[in-house]
Design a protein around this ligand. Sequence first.
Ligand code: ADP
Ligand code: ZN
Ligand code: MG
Length: 491
Amino acid sequence: MYQSFIGLEVHIHLVSKTKVFCGCRAAFGDEPNTNVCPVCMGYPGVLPSLNIESMRMGCIVAKSLNCRIPEKTWFERKQYFYPDMPKNYQISQFTSPLGQEGCLDIEGKGIKKRVRIKECHLEEDAGKMIHTGTASLLDYNRAGVSLLEIVTEPDMETGEEAELFIQQLRRMVRYLGVCDGNMEEGSLRADANVSINLPGRGLGRKVEIKNLNSSRFVRLGLNYEIRRQGALLDAGKTVAQETRLWNQNRDQTEQMRTKENAHDYRYFPEPDLPVFTPDTAFLKSVDDALVELPVPRMRRFEREYALTGEQADLLCDEKALADYFEEAVGEAEKRSMTKQDGAARIANWLLTDIKHILAREGIEISAIGSFKLTPRRLASVVALAAQGQVSMKNAKQALETAILEDRDPQTLIKERGWEQLTDPVKIAEAVQSVYAAEAGTFAQIRTAIAGGNRKRQQTLTAYLVGKVLALTGGRADPKIAGAQIEALIKQ
Ligand code: ADP
Ligand code: ZN
Ligand code: MG
């Protein structure tokens, strides 16, 4: 067996409003070549200037990945020619990237591992080439958009680990609000490097799989490569150092270009941009933007709220949902529920009924913060249901109506008479009507009891309770109704 080594280079689009070195709008889907100016089009003699927001977002990610932010960070020109890059060089970082030597602990699906981060560097994206049948078209709207590249050390060993790394990183940058993480649209894409070798021999000769736009393709591509390279070595051949692409139609990697010699990009310091020296105010603004990250938050949810790992995972998928949950639990505690009881009930509502309603209405979970059903409103209904003042069915109806009509669910419950009916006299009226209409069923229950058929007795009794509930619009307290029916049976 061979040892395998995987290192990832992940590119994320930062959500800054303007491009990284000019004032052009950084937006997608606009009319081609409308967000361009002499700077990002590479006209001679123009001067780039650094977008400080992009630098800040880059540093926020770097810090969250436990990287060191150097005292001085600067930019280099990386020279190469490609039609989608009008300047014929890319402004990037080489000798002193904004984030250095960090790590990310990946955890879950039976994996627990520390992946070292080599660096995070800020650079500009290239334009987009669109190939038609006869010509290639160029859209430079994306040229100059802020890109952060995160480079890991070759610490991962399987496609599954790399997939988990990408998923965890994606959640993290979404939590930090610096990238939308949309992989299909290319906001987060990865190049995956992989080599294999005999155990103890260190790194092998690496193959790079470029431009992976789904974490699943990262896993599939890497596992395919590990097998392919293993078969080559088994056959006494060597692995060629090359760049490959994942072909999702054939489920295999295919050669894109050979890479005998590393590119000579002739990096040199960008003469038109000053060295960036983060001052205390800048560093403080970075620290102020740090948030509790998804994995530690999940662990805390399990401990503090006694949730299962799966519940914690689902609730922490989106920061907005996790925030909403915690606020709702706080509101439940104000309504004299214990933290863990409130948490269990609220988690249940959020992950089942409310999730279904949102999915059906096409409301994004991430929009839950601006949601009509505020955490306070949700907690008020959950508390009523817990105290038996409203049935589960009517609680659900109240929440649904509250979402659709933007109303206070507690008011709705009062207005529409959805409160639980607990008055024994009122319930007795309904029970008497059922007794009159279902005399046969009562007789059958008595026969069942006499014959010792408990199962049949229970089924039929439940049927009668159901009748009472139907008569009272689902409002009768089923416990009281059940007790009254039992009493009638024994008569
Ligand atoms: P390059 O100069 O070809 O871009 P780098 O040293 O910058 O190579 O590394 C790029 C990525 O490839 C990093 O994520 C690194 O961890 C990974 N990598 C480097 N060498 C190997 C190897 N032999 N096997 C697997 N991954 C590697
Ligand atoms: Zn521009
Ligand atoms: Mg490199």
